[in-house]
Design a protein around this ligand. Structure first.
Ligand SMILES: *[C@@H]1O[C@H](CO)[C@@H](O)[C@H](O)[C@H]1NC(C)=O
Ligand SMILES: *[C@@H]1O[C@H](CO)[C@@H](O)[C@H](O)[C@H]1NC(C)=O
Ligand SMILES: *[C@@H]1O[C@H](CO)[C@@H](O)[C@H](O)[C@H]1NC(C)=O
Ligand SMILES: *[C@@H]1O[C@H](CO)[C@@H](O)[C@H](O)[C@H]1NC(C)=O
Ligand SMILES: *[C@@H]1O[C@H](CO)[C@@H](O)[C@H](O)[C@H]1NC(C)=O
Ligand SMILES: *[C@@H]1O[C@H](CO)[C@@H](O)[C@H](O)[C@H]1NC(C)=O
Length: 247
């Protein structure tokens, strides 16, 4: 009996530790719980960088059914707020991820023909957001302080059309050896309206699997006492004219 209680406590603690991106706001407007996002029922991380599960999850952690057929309408330049919680059945929970889970938050976009396509291989992704370690504060610490919410901006110059948003947390608190880093990600189905026509240069394009290597300094890392952390993947794409424009 004592053993069973221990197991149950252990499982509860493990479930609580993990997290799922499950709600989005566009310029502050709530799009609805689970709407337009491919969420698994399990909050388990992906840890194998060579697996197709690293693209949009849904493999080892099968998708919650039915998969949302909603497409989130997003004007280019909009502020997106993504919301993370440990389980998809309890959205009142203030918790986002357990405080010992430290690491960066990232967001990528890929242009697709159909925002509802389930074939997510061979897409060309570009990074639109990355937040790592700043003055001793991890992006995950800020996420916890903001009750599971993080803001980022859709570049104003990109062409209109269907995109998948790949939003991710990499927990690197036990990443001294590979596999060790925990990859949490879900993909959201977007229809971006825009008058822009600038796609990122090929040098900023990333494929999944492939964008991350086990030898990346931000993937296999001992974070004890570090003051600098290199967020994995390509640099963030910025529109021409913005101060951080990169080619
Ligand atoms: C995030 O964006 C929302 C809506 O655009 C805004 O109300 C909120 O203040 C922003 N939060 C932060 C931390 O910037
Ligand atoms: C939902 O969250 C509340 C508040 O944290 C908590 O008391 C309750 O146990 C949670 N329920 C489930 C099913 O996780
Ligand atoms: C998925 O899309 C890629 C690129 O368009 C294509 O090469 C591949 O055959 C597709 N896979 C399936 C299972 O349809
Ligand atoms: C498409 O993706 C599949 C699965 O990841 C891979 O085996 C194949 O080589 C890719 N094809 C191209 C043209 O990149
Ligand atoms: C995307 O938005 C455009 C402009 O509002 C609209 O014409 C189109 O039907 C939308 N596409 C999808 C897939 O929602
Ligand atoms: C991580 O680094 C700390 C500080 O240098 C060290 O004490 C610890 O043993 C290291 N942990 C591992 C697993 O290498």
């Amino acid at each position: 009996m004592r053993y069973l209680s221990f197991i149950l406590l252990f499982l509860a603690a493990r479930a609580y530790a993990h997290t799922i991106f499950q709600r989005m706001y566009v310029d502050g407007v709530d799009q609805g719980h689970l709407a337009g996002i491919r969420v698994p029922d399990s909050n388990w991380p992906v840890m194998d960088l060579s697996s197709n599960d690293i693209i949009c999850n849904g493999g080892v952690n099968p998708y919650h059914l039915p998969i949302s057929q909603a497409v989130i309408e997003v004007p280019a330049g909009a502020t997106l707020t993504a919301e993370w919680h440990p389980t998809i059945d309890n959205t009142t929970l203030d918790d986002s991820i357990r405080a010992d889970h430290k690491g960066p938050l990232l967001a990528y976009l890929a242009h697709v023909e159909d925002p509802l396509t389930m074939n997510v291989t061979n897409l060309s992704w570009f990074k639109i957001y990355a937040s790592g370690l700043q003055s001793g504060t991890w992006a995950t610490d800020t996420l916890i302080a903001n009750a599971g919410k993080v803001n980022f901006t859709i570049p104003s110059c990109i062409p209109p059309g269907a995109y998948l948003l790949r939003h991710e947390i990499i927990a690197v608190h036990t990443a001294e050896t590979y596999p060790g880093a925990q990859f949490y990600m879900e993909c959201a189905q977007l229809n971006i309206t825009s008058t822009g026509s600038t796609l990122p240069p090929p040098s900023l394009s990333a494929s999944f699997p492939g964008a991350y290597q086990s030898t990346d300094p931000g993937i296999t890392v001992n974070i004890t006492g570090i003051t600098d952390y290199i967020v994995p993947g390509p640099p963030v794409f910025e529109c021409p004219g913005s101060s951080r424009y990169l080619v």
